[in-house]
Design a protein around this ligand. Sequence first.
Ligand SMILES: [Fe+2]
Ligand SMILES: [Fe+2]
Length: 164
Amino acid sequence: MSTDGLDLLTADHLQLRRLFTQQACVEPGERAHSRVVGRIVRLITVHTFIEDEVLYPRVRRTVPHLAVGTSRAHQEHRVVNLLCVELCAPPEHVSPGATAQMLASVMTRHMVAEETVWFPQVREGLSTAQLSELGVLMIEARRHAPTAPSAATPFKRIADPVFG
Ligand SMILES: [Fe+2]
Ligand SMILES: [Fe+2]
């Protein structure tokens, strides 16, 4: 199995796209509470945590000219996580079907930007060994990642044997 960090993240994207497609097949009135939405929220929570806590700090240290991109991506994560929080709220206060649709739209756009613009730049700036080390840290972070958006507590730092 590849431990290339960007490959692992792209595999998450693929899984999310499959779930968004399944979600689109659920009756609109049922979307907010479908099991598919629960899986989407869990995967987005874990995935954005890993990028925020492992990928972005490493890129800021190792490829400083991409730091601005990490800030922008982090802000986009905040938006999708707010939508996830809203999806978990009591339905009388939100419009859950519309929120689920908005979440799919915003996250899909974010993933396309990562895959077509940002990940290739990161791949250029890091060696194969560094990408593999990143992957190992991501696998470790996944074990400790929150699975519900409200549980997105401050990150417990993971020791990085190479970059400190
Ligand atoms: Fe992201
Ligand atoms: Fe991503």
